[in-house]
Design a binder for this molecule. Structure first.
Ligand code: ZN
Length: 191
């Protein structure tokens, strides 16, 4: 049962899956959060900057974290719940990270790791990414944040920002002659 920001009449997605493109948080307050799965076209859209701050965004980020954890993920991006705004959440076991309008600056070196994605159940792809990223953005109340992320957190944040730009792990060529590796017996499900 996915968490709801607010349950009750009208909470049903009356427009049907994938038929509405949400750009604000107002509509979402009356909707259940539902994980969008490939090939839902919303996963290929580019999310726009989120201009809302404060309690509604904090509540949304909390609900996204709940949904992420319910699916045993360690990150989630707003387009994965059909919301085309630049909001991501992550938790690699060191506490939640919630970022509005994240901007990542990758730094060398790079490494490879097999990733999964909550929107692509059963798919695993080896993806090369920077091991260190400089992270800028806002927290849900609207305060600027600036930190360096390394290792798994750096990887998750890059995976989530990809979602904001409509990029999925299946877009990455693997080290095996540019082919794709489909497997669910290794790697980690990021989001
Ligand atoms: Zn993902």
């Amino acid at each position: 049962m996915p968490p709801r920001l607010r349950a009750g009449p009208g909470g049903v997605n009356a427009a049907g899956p994938g038929t509405r493109r949400l750009h604000g948080t107002d509509d979402l307050r009356r909707r259940p959060l539902r994980l969008r799965l490939f090939p839902d076209p919303v996963l290929r859209e580019i999310a726009r900057p989120l201009d809302r701050r404060g309690r509604a965004v904090e509540a949304l980020a909390r609900a996204m974290l709940e949904l992420m954890r319910a699916h045993h993920g360690i990150g989630l991006a707003a387009p994965q719940i059909g919301l085309l705004v630049r909001l991501i959440v992550a938790d690699i076991g060191e506490g939640p990270v919630c970022l509005l309008n994240p901007l990542l600056t990758p730094a060398p070196p790079r490494d490879r790791m097999t990733e999964g994605c909550l929107s692509l159940p059963g798919v695993a792809v080896e993806v090369e990414r920077a091991r260190i990223v400089e992270v800028r953005g806002l927290d849900p109340p609207g305060s600027p944040v600036h930190f360096e992320a390394r290792g798994l957190l750096a990887r998750v944040l890059q995976h989530e920002v990809d979602h904001l730009d409509g990029v999925l792990i299946v877009d990455y060529p693997t080290g095996t002659a540019g082919g794709r590796s489909f497997s669910n017996d290794r790697g980690v499900t990021l989001a």
